[in-house]
Ligand binder design. Structure first.
Ligand code: THU
Length: 136
């Protein structure tokens, strides 16, 4: 079922609100994410940086890992809020792909303005997925 305009707005709003908790002393680029399960639960996430830079985690993965670690694996959408409408990085696209190519990806700016509606399939064509590990 496609998300209603209201459901889309609620998800973007959740990503906007959580973004204040991003821990970004190095990049000063806060990201907020909100992931919606097919049952309508919302898991939020922020990017959390580290003095050992590669240990940083993106907002999208924080949200996905929070959800999966609480038993949720079926998602219908993720909203990502950044100042300038940035799209998920390659690593986050890959982690999203693990749980479904049809997940709707909502890209919004710092004012919560929806800039783009896309999907994991569109963002990561020819993805390596769990299917790829099956013997032929
Ligand atoms: N970042 C995210 O949280 N999500 C993305 O998809 C792109 C990048 C974070 C990582 C780092 O804390 C900051 O943005 C700058 O790269």
């Amino acid at each position: 079922m496609p998300l209603s305009t209201q459901e889309i707005q609620t998800l973007i709003q959740a990503a906007m609100e959580i973004r204040q908790f991003a821990y970004v002393p190095y990049s000063n680029y806060p990201v907020g994410a909100a992931l919606r399960t097919k049952a309508g639960r919302i898991f939020t996430g922020v990017n959390i940086e580290n003095a050992a830079y590669p240990q940083t985690i993106c907002a999208e993965r924080t949200a996905i890992f929070k959800a999966v670690s609480e038993g949720e694996r079926d998602f219908d959408a993720i909203a990502v809020v950044t100042e300038n409408g940035g799209t998920p990085c390659g690593g986050c696209r890959q982690v999203l792909a693990e749980f479904g190519m049809d997940t709707l990806v909502l890209i919004a700016d710092g004012n919560g303005r929806l800039l783009r509606q896309t999907s994991v399939a569109e963002l990561l064509p020819e993805a390596f997925t769990p299917e790829s590990l099956k013997k032929k």
